[in-house]
Design a protein around this ligand. Structure first.
Ligand SMILES: Cc1ncc(COP(=O)(O)O)c(C=O)c1O
Length: 404
């Protein structure tokens, strides 16, 4: 992150295709604006926004509203006892991971198992203990038209006495993959059989913000810990995460969260109350957020395909989230070196090698991928895609045997 910040200071014209900031969507900004105004115009809500600590699990009325939304939408048997708020989902993962894994007083150790890597780089440093993750490299399916897709390799997935929990992001950051319904059910079944919780990171998923370009059935049961966030709706500044789990887990979570933060902030919950009213958040997610990103994604794919031409670069099938994941086969330099070269030319991406927490083998694929975000204005994305393709062409041209 420091490196990205420095790069922006040195070159403010830098094309920023690196970060995970959501796009600006005018209709969403209007909805946030209206929610904030309604909060400020109501004396009681205004007072609660400024002058009252949230209870340990979060505002009870909001928890009830979330529970009834999930009841109504999915039939999940959830009440306020199943829900807690956090200061962003990132901090929820910190608490959950360290509750479920790490070193125990009897000297034993548990780890978080990531059943499909590449996986969210923000998990990497969350463990208080060292050696915190185990991970399973995926099966790679080559698809027509220059796409590919990762699948969980169940033949390699090992759940042992040292596994503290399974965790997947769905849709996945960085790849835009969406673990299929079958894969999700199989992981859930495995987790329950081994009596380890199954954490599903829904930062981009259903019911909100719903940045999904494929059908994906959400699922929850007592063994699932579903973590949602308001960030990718367009509210990363609100720092609001939502954890949905068994009441015992919620209890433990709320206690740890209270030690860490005393209380969650009021801004996100205050807006959420209004956004959740009459299912507004669902309507906005389905009718505004999802179509917006689908259009951006389609434009980004078409643009990259045009510029990449016959270069040996494949795109992960974009099924959700806000990124394209490029696999540059037999890349003549490492993805880190490619990142540095692109930065020097004025375009920031993220080198793929960061997204393999828990991988204990040197897998060449790890150094052949980059993540680009398409949240920027399409013209800027096109400029960035041209520069990335141009640099790749230079690199491949320098390598014997590539007729490019
Ligand atoms: C997959 C995933 N999970 C969790 C987070 C954390 O988001 P926040 O703390 O803003 O809720 C992010 C942020 O980019 C993410 O991409």
């Amino acid at each position: 992150m420091d490196d990205l910040g420095d790069a922006l200071r040195v070159n403010p014209e830098m094309i920023f295709m690196g970060g995970g900031n959501p796009a600006r969507i005018p209709a969403m900004e209007s909805a946030f604006d209206a929610a904030l105004r309604a909060t400020l115009e109501n004396p009681q809500e205004r007072h609660e926004l400024f002058g009252v600590y949230q209870p340990p699990q979060g505002d009870a009325e909001l928890l009830d509203t979330i529970a009834s939304l999930l009841n109504k939408e999915y039939g999940w048997p959830i009440s306020r006892a199943n829900i807690a708020l956090s200061n962003g989902s990132q901090s929820a993962f910190f608490v959950l991971f360290n509750l479920l894994a790490g070193e125990y007083p009897d000297g034993s150790k548990k780890r978080i198992q990531l059943p499909l890597i590449p996986e969210y780089l923000g998990y990497s440093d969350l463990g208080i203990a060292a050696d915190f993750f185990t991970a399973t490299p995926p099966n790679i399916e080559l698809l027509p038209d220059g796409f590919f897709k990762y699948h969980v390799d169940f033949s390699q997935l090992k759940i042992t006495r040292e596994t503290g929990a399974l965790c997947v992001s769905r849709p996945t950051n960085p790849t835009g993959n969406v673990i299929s319904d079958d894969e999700l059910l199989k992981l859930d079944e495995l987790a329950r059989r081994h009596q380890v919780p199954f954490i599903v990171d829904g930062a981009y998923g259903t019911p909100f913000p719903n940045i999904l370009f494929t059908d994906a059935r959400p699922q929850w049961n007592d063994n699932t810990i579903l973590v949602l966030s308001l960030s990718k709706l367009g509210l990363p500044g609100a720092r609001t995460g939502i954890v949905i789990a068994h009441p015992d887990m919620i209890n433990a979570f709320a206690k740890a969260n209270t030690i860490l933060s005393l209380a969650t902030g009021n801004f996100g919950p205050a807006l959420a109350r209004h956004l959740l009213n009459e299912g507004n958040i669902l309507r906005l997610s389905r009718e505004v957020v999802a179509p917006f990103y689908r259009e951006r994604m389609e434009h980004a794919v078409a643009t990259f395909k045009e510029y990449l031409g016959d270069l040996p670069c494949l795109i992960h099938k974009p099924e959700g989230a806000i990124f394209l994941w490029l696999w540059c086969k037999d890349l003549p330099v490492s993805s880190e070196e490619l990142y540095q070269r692109l930065k020097a030319r004025g375009v920031l991406v993220v080198s793929g090698h960061h997204f393999f927490p828990g991988l204990d083998q040197d897998w060449h694929h790890r150094h052949e991928c980059i993540r680009v975000t398409y949240c920027q204005n399409p013209k800027i994305v096109a400029q960035g895609a041209r520069m990335i393709a141009d640099e790749l062409r230079r690199l491949y041209q320098g390598k014997q045997g590539y007729p490019v």
